[in-house]
Write a protein that binds this ligand. Structure first.
Ligand code: SAH
Length: 532
């Protein structure tokens, strides 16, 4: 590839120019040279302001941020006409940016020259403000689903987590994609330690920039935007003074950090619960003499299980896949009973996979859906419910739990509505709701179940005109919401259950006890109460 300057009077040239994270002194001399040598400059307005001194007086095109392909075509057309063109991107033009679009738009028989000029990308710009968190292997993951399906992003996050790779999250959170980041963080937390050191960097090397260090478990309480990059370390990442770094060499992968597994009964039936019927099932199985372990996602769920199930061992908290695998394997678990919430598709998928890998029988207990399209509006997912709620209501009550809050309050048009939320009284959920800007007088933190009467009084007092909930079934208090909304004439939006292919499924505790007996190989005596 020839020198850029020498092509000035020859055929066209397309310079794909990276201009770094922000400040002018992060632009390489070679990029400056290419800008100087170009007559036509194509790029997004914001980036052009940083390179003003080198492009003044040139022919400048800046179609809006969303019209990227148009920008690439424009640049190529000009190069085809024999002009010297610079197509400009922030950071590195080859990383989540314009270079690949330019190659896509190029034809095999094009004759203009191409020069790709690299730059400092957000990953290393942001890492440098935190210390040296990317000193060893790392992955980059863009959370934007404009270019690839969301499921792939989750799938990749799973692999990154399973490998405990350090990683950099680009395009973290936007108005339209408010809860994706929390899903990805939850996936990473399934595998990586909650103590993993991370950094959140906003506007690196730009005016008003900031950088802060956190533990992975703290990130879900924060809100982000599209000017933010998250850097997540691995199990070896450490602190030194105000920085974090990942050692350049590490050897004892399997020992560090030692997985502190609790002492749990061997050859047990494992009930994954956190719901009323899960606990009932655990109680029944324990009463029949089986060693039982109840695993709950939250500490609170654990407390409830301890109080309501005599004689079972409880393992509370988001354990993550690896500790769970080791615990099931070491304890030679005999059966996995999945009684988690019908909307907790991710944990179910993980349990199905663990059961398959470890050769442990799996059984799903799923409370029947009470969804009746005659007295509720059925929505496909949280984003769909958000859109319809904003169409239908002004004072909207979210009984959807804390995970999807951002999807509602950051949806287009959300600012026209007043949002009321009901959450379990858990500090992390509360701080997230507050961070999302939900007014404190509209947050109700209380553990259910709630009667229809309670719902009615609350919604009447709050002058609610739209309620959003999930298809949680009987023990999830769905009926009480439906009847209260019906009596008050409030629109009721219900998010349908995510689709999961459960290999084996029953619909009641009774059936689960029987199926468990079959799977354990010996028929159990009937429950005490049922004896003649
Ligand atoms: N080509 C760019 C990336 C474009 S994708 C590069 O190589 O850096 C846009 C995303 O990059 C943003 O959503 C943000 O996550 C990240 N980003 C870009 N510049 C940044 C900066 N100065 N500070 C923090 N994050 C930045």
């Amino acid at each position: 590839m020839g020198d850029i300057m020498s092509t000035a009077d020859g055929p066209g040239i397309l310079n794909l120019v990276s201009v770094g994270p922000g400040m002018a002194d992060f632009i390489l001399p070679r990029a400056v040279q290419a800008l100087r040598a170009s007559e036509v400059i194509v790029g997004y307005e914001l980036y052009l302001q940083w390179i003003r001194p080198w492009i003044e007086g040139k022919e400048i095109h800046s179609p809006p941020l969303t019209r990227e392909r148009e920008r690439a075509r424009l640049a190529i057309e000009a190069a085809r006409l024999g002009r010297r063109v610079a197509l400009v991107s922030s950071g590195d033009i080859g990383i989540y940016a314009m270079a690949s679009l330019a190659f896509e738009e190029m034809r095999e028989d094009d004759t203009f020259e191409v020069a790709v000029i690299p730059g400092v990308t957000a990953a290393n710009a942001c890492a440098s403000l935190l210390g040296a968190p990317l000193s060893h292997d790392f992955a980059a993951l863009s959370l934007s689903d404009l270019m690839c399906p969301w499921e792939w992003i989750e799938q990749r996050a799973r692999h990154i987590g399973a490998a405990d790779l350090a990683c950099v999250l680009y395009n973290v959170q936007s108005q339209a994609r408010a809860d994706g980041v929390y899903r990805v963080l939850a996936i990473l937390q399934e595998h990586k330690s909650p103590d993993t050191l991370c950094g959140v960097v906003r506007n690196a090397y730009r005016p008003g920039g900031s950088a802060s260090v956190h533990r992975l478990a703290e990130l879900p309480a924060l809100t982000f935007d599209m000017l933010t990059t998250i850097v997540i370390g691995n199990r070896f990442t450490r602190r030194r003074r105000r920085w974090i770094y990942t050692p350049r060499g590490y050897h004892a992968w399997s020992e560090a950090p030692a997985l502190a597994l609790p002492a749990l009964p061997a050859r047990a039936v494992w009930v994954f619960a956190g719901t009323g019927d899960g606990n009932e099932l655990a109680r029944r199985l324990a009463a029949e003499g089986h060693p039982v372990v109840v695993s709950t996602a939250t500490g609170y769920g654990g407390e409830v299980a301890r109080l309501s199930c005599q004689g079972v061992a409880v393992w509370a908290g988001r354990q993550g896949m690896e500790p769970r695998r080791q615990a099931l394997e070491r304890g030679a678990a005999r059966l996995i009973l999945d009684a988690t919430h019908p909307h907790a598709a991710q944990i179910s998928a993980q349990l199905i996979e663990l059961a398959r890998q470890l050769g442990i029988p799996y059984l799903r207990l799923e409370r029947p859906s009470l969804l009746d399209a005659r007295n509720a509006i059925v929505c496909d997912d949280a984003a769909d419910a958000a859109r319809r709620a904003i169409e239908l209501g002004r004072r909207i009550f979210l009984a959807t739990g804390s995970k999807d809050l951002a999807t509602f309050v950051r949806a287009p048009g959300a600012e026209r509505c007043e949002w009321f939320v009901r959450l379990t009284p858990d500090p992390e959920r509360l701080s997230r709701a507050i961070a999302l800007g939900i007014a404190r007088e509209r947050i109700l933190a209380m553990q259910g179940p709630f009667t229809a009467e309670f719902n009615r009084a609350l919604w009447r007092a709050q002058r609610i005109d739209c309620v959003v909930t999930k298809d949680s079934g009987d023990t999830g208090g769905y009926g009480e919401k439906q009847s209260a909304a019906g009596e008050l004439g409030i629109a009721l939006l219900v998010i349908r259950r995510p689709h999961v292919d459960y290999p084996r499924q029953v619909a009641s505790v009774e059936e689960a006890v029987q199926a468990a007996a079959d799977l354990l190989g010996a028929r159990m005596p009937p429950a005490a109460g049922a004896m003649p």
